[in-house]
Design a protein around this ligand. Structure first.
Ligand code: NI
Length: 158
């Protein structure tokens, strides 16, 4: 495994629509392993492949309940609204935003071997998944936030 460099806004790769994954091979497994290591190293809760310079539909997340890998993720159902948790992004250091998100979602995706699965997520994990899927469509939280503001000095040290 290796820590990869996190691409920062305004790198144009962050604005591309990422490609559907069709090959579930060693390259994909290495990408997933490296993404997880890069996310943990950066103290993030989620990372999308374009953020490590790979324009493919791959995300990893860990909101405290263990690592979740989703290839070709799709939101197939959603309910409710949440807007009470400040959002940030490893590609946009120093900023937070208030972003309206679905409170609950159902996702369909594939695991690293290509097996299709569905999962439900609410609250922080739901927010995280929506944020990461936005990355696959070239959307950043600063585009859709009601308000964007600098991170506080105290928070920066966390
Ligand atoms: Ni992000």
């Amino acid at each position: 495994m290796a820590i990869r460099t996190i691409v920062k806004h305004p790198d144009p790769i962050l604005r591309e629509k990422a490609a559907v994954v069709t090959k579930f091979n060693a390259n994909l497994h290495k990408l997933l392993d490296d993404m997880a290591e890069t996310m943990y190293d950066a103290d993030g809760v989620g990372l999308a492949a374009p953020q490590v310079g790979v324009s493919k539909r791959v995300i990893v997340m860990d909101c405290g309940d263990g690592l979740i890998e989703v290839v070709n993720p799709e939101i197939i159902a959603f309910e409710g609204e949440q807007f009470d948790y400040p959002e940030g992004c490893l590609s946009i250091p120093g900023l937070r935003g208030d972003v309206r998100r679905h409170k609950w979602i159902k996702l369909r995706g594939q695991d690293r071997y290509g097996n299709v699965f569905e999962m439900e997520a609410d609250d922080l994990l739901s927010r995280c998944a929506q944020h990461e899927i936005d990355h696959l469509n070239g959307v950043l939280f600063i585009d859709i936030a009601d308000r964007v503001y600098p991170i506080s000095k105290e928070e920066e040290g966390e």
